[in-house]
Design a protein. Structure first.
Ligand code: HEC
Length: 158
């Protein structure tokens, strides 16, 4: 790392608490609470692969990107067993992972990972997916369904 980058990081580190105080930077960006940590430890102990043999061909290709990019810092078991399912939950989280230092995920790759995770959640975690839809507001539910349908149509043509 170049000296100037190091200095920038040090400055950022010093400024972060002040920014958190003003709400400019969310504290949650770097820290997760104890309950989340415990939950994540459970995810990590589960299976670390998904049988995608019955998935559409394009989704199977996306799985390779997911496999490559999302097992760099933690086991793939973490996202595989995650309790995220809805499109918005995944897009928010993939963005969070993209912003972690060293993640090196391009926006094209992020879209493929998103498509994979949304499709996979709607099939492999169908019960959870539907439970979350049922608990959502009518507007959020309609939006999530529209996103899934758009994705299904796109992949039916691939
Ligand atoms: C640069 C390192 C890095 C990469 C790459 C990365 N993660 Fe993570 N991931 C983390 C860290 C650190 C945590 C611990 C919680 C946090 O800081 O958000 C985490 C936690 C998670 C969690 C658990 C969150 C929760 O609250 O239940 C999921 C799910 C997850 N990652 C999915 C992904 C996916 C999907 C990808 C690929 C797009 C990915 N990760 C790539 C570093 C990374």
């Amino acid at each position: 790392m170049k000296l100037i980058q190091k200095l920038a990081l040090i400055l950022l580190g010093a400024a972060a608490p002040a920014l958190v105080g003003t709400g400019v930077m969310r504290a949650a960006d770097d820290e997760v609470d104890a309950a989340t940590k415990a939950k994540i430890a459970q995810f990590d102990k589960g299976p670390s692969t998904i049988d995608v043999s019955a998935y559409p061909a394009g989704i199977q290709k996306d799985y390779a990107v997911f496999h490559e990019k999302c097992a760099l810092c933690h086991t793939l078991a973490r996202p595989v067993n995650s309790d995220f399912a809805l499109p918005d939950e995944w897009s928010r989280y993939i963005k969070r992972m993209m912003h972690k230092p060293g993640s090196m995920i391009s926006s094209v790759q992020a879209k493929k990972i998103y498509d994979f995770l949304v499709y996979d959640s709607s099939v492999r975690k169908k019960a959870m997916f539907e439970e979350k839809l049922a608990a959502a507001t009518p507007a959020d539910k309609a939006e999530a369904e529209a996103k899934l349908n758009e994705l299904l149509q796109a992949y039916a043509q691939k």
